[in-house]
Write a protein that binds this ligand. Structure first.
Ligand code: FE
Length: 293
């Protein structure tokens, strides 16, 4: 291995905070708890996980978004997406919904189960200023279209966005070519196994441990990230993560920072206060999803 490559260390931990959203769906939020807990271009990460229908049954009735992308990744359960464009998507275990709100989308995400476990994640990724008002887009990606790479150490990595490159092989995920160049991997490791992956030195990287704890960094300089926490990594060209006792499952996210001002009002994320005021006016006047004629 090239010894000039710096292994990223754990720089900051954001512990999961219980909250609720939509019509009362219980969530655990890490990124997005407040303005200081974003990681450009990532705005928010929520985990929902419950076997109690009372925690999820009310779902997310119709609501707007403008100025960014939402990515829903289901581990267990079944939700139906419907939006003003006429898209209807069945989001099932292992599937991903990648929605680009752009200028505006009005959608609902409603549980299609009355019992059993509902578990997954919603990630918000910012759009650059020049793309915030582009037409809305939506992709429903079933589990069968998301490749899973078997790792030499006995683990596996599901490649949702970007390309996994290791030891001369590459596995491309279904989401490619975005201006934030996201990597989105779901990595499963047995106890003691290490996942190593190169990342762009200029990109921001974080992990979310949804099962088990991990040690992050080069051997001898590791720091622990506990379960259900987001860990923001220092700059560097390499990510090294080792599973603690019992093994671990975590999301690995990397992206190109936009370095633009962020102004958020609920589900509207723009660059300036004026643009937020415009979004509210457009929503109230019915010009939200299309420019006035
Ligand atoms: Fe939504």
């Amino acid at each position: 291995m090239d010894t000039t490559v710096v292994s990223r260390s754990l720089q900051r931990v954001i512990a999961g905070m219980p909250t609720s959203d939509g019509a009362g769906v219980k969530l655990r939020r890490t990124l997005g708890q407040g303005q200081g807990s974003r990681l450009d271009p990532f705005l928010m990460l929520d985990e929902f996980s419950s076997e109690n229908p009372g925690d999820y049954i009310a779902g997310f009735p119709p609501h707007p978004h403008r100025g960014f992308e939402t990515v829903t990744y289901m581990l267990d359960g079944h939700m139906r997406h419907e939006d003003h464009l006429g898209n209807v998507g069945e989001l099932k275990s292992g599937g991903v919904q990648w929605m680009t709100a752009g200028r505006g989308i009005i959608h609902s995400e409603m549980p299609q189960q009355e019992e059993g476990r509902m578990r997954g994640f919603q990630l918000w990724i910012n759009l650059p200023a020049k793309e915030k008002m582009k037409p809305a887009g939506y992709r429903d990606i079933p589990a069968t279209d998301i490749p899973v790479a078997a790792l030499d150490n006995g683990g596996s990595a599901k490649v949702i966005a970007g390309t996994l490159v290791q030891e001369g092989r590459s596995v491309a995920g279904p989401i490619q070519g975005l201006s934030t160049e996201p990597l989105y991997f779901d990595v499963h490791l047995p106890e003691g196994a290490t996942f190593t992956h190169a990342v762009d030195e200029g990109h921001n990287v974080f992990l979310y441990t949804y099962e088990g704890g991990v040690q992050i960094g080069a051997a001898g300089a590791q720091r622990q990230l506990k379960p259900q926490s987001a860990g923001i990594l220092s700059p560097g060209g390499l990510v090294e993560v080792t599973a603690e006792a019992g093994g671990a499952r975590f999301l690995l996210l990397a992206g190109r920072p936009l370095r633009e001002p962020v102004t958020q009002y609920g589900p509207f994320v723009m660059n300036t206060v004026e643009e937020i005021e415009q979004a509210i006016r457009d929503f109230q006047q019915g010009n939200f999803t299309q420019a006035p004629a």
